[in-house]
Write a protein that binds this ligand. Sequence first.
Ligand code: ZN
Length: 162
Amino acid sequence: MKAVSLAEGDPTWVFPEESVTPALMASLERSSGQLAEIAGLLTYGRAGWTGSGLEYNLFPPSASCCLYGWAENPQVTFMAELWPPSRKRAGWEVSADIEVSCDSMVRSACGMHVVEEFTQDVFDLPEDAVAALQRATDWLLARCRAVPPEQWRARDPMSGHA
Ligand SMILES: [Zn+2]
């Protein structure tokens, strides 16, 4: 997987050329900025592999590409993603969630535990998916502002599981 920042990538990797409008790009930039803002609120926070927020994730050799964004520190991860339609997806898919790393002593490193989830949805139009991504990053930022980073662990329903 190769990560390219929103600013340096080509929107037609994900979107049909006719759907790439200034309004669509402005919305993506806003979502990206919100992820960077979340990282700024977290001690040792980081926003994406490029440090800039929303990124194109390219998967060679299939040439499939999605928009993926995460902001995290050692305590908590905020993530959002947008996938174009494909053989596996009937439409444009948007999801987002807040995760903490597994703290089980029994089954160490089962991965990440989802603490809160934005309602995943599928859309017919790319602009509707981008609007949903905007709502998702609005939600992530609001949750980050509402809950101190060190409190996410205590909200993990799977914390300490066997
Ligand atoms: Zn676990």
